[in-house]
Design a protein around this ligand. Structure first.
Ligand SMILES: [Zn+2]
Length: 442
């Protein structure tokens, strides 16, 4: 860190030294102002990648929005920034930046040459680098022009790949209810209904681990998600517990302890080209320790994404089911272990609970589960579409004469998906509020 003496207040110098000392000692114990330690910018695909080096994990997701030709980036909980952030003029960036410290966090403003879409994810410390927020910016030019002229959408972006995994099958019935209801049948039916909905969603591609009553080994399920480069892997199950009163939905996401040897073997085989901005991993790709670093990074990104998707899923299911666990649970199920594939496992309900077994036997309830899960998947990608995908994120400011149903229809969403993507309660939205909405590709 380069620091010019006399430029900052004594308090801040103290805090910075304290922060640095804490990191060097390897044990961060004292409460001090969090800071942005470096900002790195480089080319990435057709746009740029910004890597923010932070001395701690963000306390909440960054808030990013564009106002005219300026991109606003709010880093919650980060109190201090660089004295003068250096941002080169790399398209779509105009070059230069303005930074303000506020009570809510650090606000960075980047002037743009053109409209952009973006994605962001965070990475944990990996031994060399501290906590990082990665922000990719892509020019929006082609999308914006096409959609405003109402031409058929011909985006170059790839479809968003959703891999559905109805649990069990074949000789493995899964859990069995008191009335003889088999988990494998229930989850296949929910999975097939959900598959139908995903197939009919523009810009999405469906992959399924099974669509008949057959047994698929867990590792094969995981590998399918990897091979197909799924943006989201959703395993569907129905829970069981000896105590019959236990009920409700649970959503599991990949955990850090799930970072397994299987992932390490996969990575060693594929020798995935690393991103130079994320660390010095390119030269050392054959070095097992550096491979471990790379796995750590890819899994952290996938895990963050999985956790975000799972959080939306849990909010969606809260509308139709009691929640057994109101927070996302973290697990290391084999199917959730694919590196780079954000994965979640949804326990729809307890087949061991007589009332819930009855509901699971009802085709209307299974359809409702499928619709709700679809809304949650869509809402997740409305908020964070993959950077190179056919979807991009935009905002729609709600007008007085509009209701949510109008907006939902206009952007090809269900009202529920629009609500989920925007944390909207029941009732109508407030006019003037910008809503997250997608531009869906073909
Ligand atoms: Zn199961």
């Amino acid at each position: 860190m380069v620091r010019k003496p006399g430029e900052r207040s004594t308090r801040r110098q103290f805090l910075r030294q304290a922060a640095l000392g804490g990191v060097l000692l390897g044990g961060w114990k004292m409460a001090a102002a969090a800071q942005l330690r470096a900002l790195r910018v480089g080319r990435y695909q057709q746009g740029v990648r910004l890597v923010f080096d932070l001395d701690r994990r963000l306390s909440a997701a960054p808030v990013i929005h564009s106002v005219g030709e300026v991109l606003h980036i709010e880093l919650p909980g980060i109190e201090h920034g660089l004295h003068r952030p250096v941002v080169p003029a790399l398209d779509p960036l105009q070059g230069g930046a303005e930074m303000n410290e506020s009570a809510a966090g650090l606000v960075l403003r980047l002037p743009l040459r053109e409209a952009v879409r973006w994605r962001s994810f965070s990475l944990g410390p990996d031994g060399r680098a501290a906590h990082r927020l990665v922000l990719d910016l892509m020019p929006l030019a082609t999308t914006a022009v096409e959609s405003s002229r109402r031409q058929p959408v011909a985006r170059a972006g790839r479809p968003i790949v959703v891999c559905l995994d109805p649990g069990h099958g074949g000789h493995d019935p899964g859990a069995i209810g008191a009335q003889g209801t088999r988990e494998k049948d229930v989850v296949l039916d929910v999975g097939l209904s959900l598959a139908q909905l995903i197939r009919s969603t523009p810009g999405m591609r469906l992959v399924m681990t099974r669509n008949t009553d057959c047994y698929v080994p867990l590792m094969d399920r995981m590998h399918l998600g990897l091979e197909q480069r799924a943006d989201l892997f959703v395993s569907i199950h129905a829970d069981a517990f000896p105590e019959r009163a236990v009920r409700g939905s649970t959503v599991w996401a990949l955990s850090a302890t799930g970072a397994s040897n299987a992932a390490a073997r996969w990575l060693a085989k594929t020798q995935n080209a690393a991103d130079p901005l994320l660390g010095d991993v390119q030269s050392g790709i054959h070095d097992p320790m550096l491979n471990a670093v790379l796995i750590n990074m890819t899994q952290t990104a996938a895990m963050n994404s999985a956790a975000a998707a799972a959080a939306v899923m849990i909010r969606g299911l809260a509308g139709v089911e009691d929640l057994h666990n109101a927070a996302v649970q973290h697990a290391n199920f084999v199917v959730l272990r694919a590196p780079e594939v954000p994965s979640m496992l949804v326990e729809t309900a307890f087949i061991s609970n007589p009332e819930e077994e009855q509901r699971l036997r009802d085709p209307d309830f299974r359809q409702l589960l499928a619709r709700t899960m679809h809304d949650a998947v869509v809402a997740h990608f409305v908020k964070v579409p993959p950077a190179d995908s056919a979807w991009s994120a935009t905002r729609h400011v709600l007008r007085k004469e509009e209701n949510l149903a109008d907006v939902a229809r206009r952007y090809g969403l269900s009202v529920e998906a629009l609500r989920l993507a925007n944390h909207l309660p029941r009732g109508e939205g407030q006019p003037g509020v910008p809503l997250h909405v997608p531009i869906m590709g073909a």
